[in-house]
Ligand binder design. Sequence first.
Ligand SMILES: *Cc1c(COP(=O)(O)O)cnc(C)c1O
Length: 436
Amino acid sequence: MIPNDPAARARALDDADELAPFRAEFCCPQTAAGDDVVYLTGNSLGLMPRGVRASVDAELEAWARLGVEGHFAATGAAFSSPKTPGPLPGPQEPWFSYHALFRERGARLVGARPGEVVAMGTLTTNLHLLMVGFYRPTAQRFKIVIEGGAFPSDRFLVQSQARFHGFDHAEAVIEIAPRPGEDLLRTEDIEALLEREKDSIAVMLLSGVNYYTGQLFEMGRLTRFARARGIVVGWDLAHAAGNVPLSLHDDEVDFAAWCTYKYLNSGPGGVAMAFVHERHARAFEAPRFCGWWSAKPSTRFQKGELQLEEGADGWQLSNAPVLSMASLHASLDVFARAGLDRLREKSLRLTGFLEELVDSVPGVEVITPRDPAHRGAQLSLRGRSMDVEKLQTLLHERGVCVDFRRPDVLRAAPAPLYCRFVDVVRFVDILRECAA
Ligand SMILES: *Cc1c(COP(=O)(O)O)cnc(C)c1O
C-alpha cells in the first residue's frame, strides 16, 4: 500500500528502489549544518563518483612511475619502482589508445555501433569539427536550422560557421520559434519549416533535449523527415546523453556530439564525445580538419601522406586527455552497472513524482512537456509574478541546489543515479515556503 502523504510515499518508493545503493557511490555537497544538499543540477554538472579518485590516481601513478612509457605500457610496466613493488594500478589502457576505452560503452550510451563513437575534445569543438565535414553550403542550399532558444554556444557556433563560409548569419541561420504564447516547439511546425525551406537548408542541428525547457525532441521522426529532403542532420546531445534512450544508428543521424560532465558525471570540462554514422565511416574525400590522431594508429608517426582512420576515430586531432578520460572511465563504470534502461525507468517515476508535487505549489508552472516521452529528468519551472532569481537564492540558502535561467525559469533535474524521492519532497516543501 502506497500512503498518500508525500513524505511517507517517498520513503516507501526509496525503500523499494533497486538503484538506491548507487547514491552512496557519489560525493554530495554539504550544507553548513552538515546535511546533504538537495542536488537537482545534475543536468549542469553531475556529482562526482567516488571511483573517480582511484581511476585518476592510477593514471597519475603511472605517469609518476613510467613517464613517457605510459603511452605504450599498460599495467605493471618497465620502470616499476622497487620501493613500491607490486603491479601498477594503471594505466588502465596505454595512453596511446586510451580513447578505445570508450568505444563500446560510449556507443551503447547513444544507441550507436562501436566504430561510430569516439571520446575526444569538448562539445563545441567537436561540433565545429563535424560541421567542417557536414556543413557543405552551396549558393542555393546554405542554411542551418537550430531551435529558437538554443544554448548560446550552439547559436554562436552555427553563426560563426555560416560567416566562415562567407554568408550573412542573419540570413543563413534559421531559429525555429515556438508559436506565440507557447514555450515548446511542435514537431509538425518544425516539419512545416523543413518542407518550406527544403531547397535552401543544408544542415539541421537541434539539441536532443532543450536545455531551457527540457523538451525532448522527436529525434527519429525529425531526422527521417529532414534527411528525406536532402538535409544533413546533426544533434547536440548535451542534455540527452545519459538522460534519455537514444538510437543514433537506427535513426540514421548523420553526426552528433555531447559533453560528459552533465548527466554522465565526468567532472568539470570533462572530455566530450562525437558520433559519425557508419555510412560516413569512409567518407575520406569530404573536408575535414586533421591531426596525427586522425591517422591510422600505425601511421601516426610517419612523414608520408596522411592515411585517415575509418569511422569516428578519424575525426580526432590530438592524443587523449588521459586525466579527464580516467574520470569518465570511472563514471561510465557506474552507468554500466546501473544500466540505462533501469535509470530511465526510475527517472520517469522520479520526475513524474516531482511534477505531481510541484503542480500543487501556487504560482509555479511546469513548462516542460507533460508527456514523459517528450522529456528527460529535468522540469523547468516558471515562477508567475515572482522574482525567480531571488527564489533561487532562498532555495540555495535552504540547502537546495537548482539553477536559474533568465528571465523566469528554475531548472530542477533529479538525476536517477543519486537523487531520491525524499529529495524531491524536501525540494518541493522548501519551494512552497520560499515561493510564498
Ligand atoms: C552544456 C552545453 C554546451 C556546453 O558546451 P561546451 O563546449 O561543453 O562548453 C553546449 N551546448 C549545449 C546544448 C549544452 O547544453
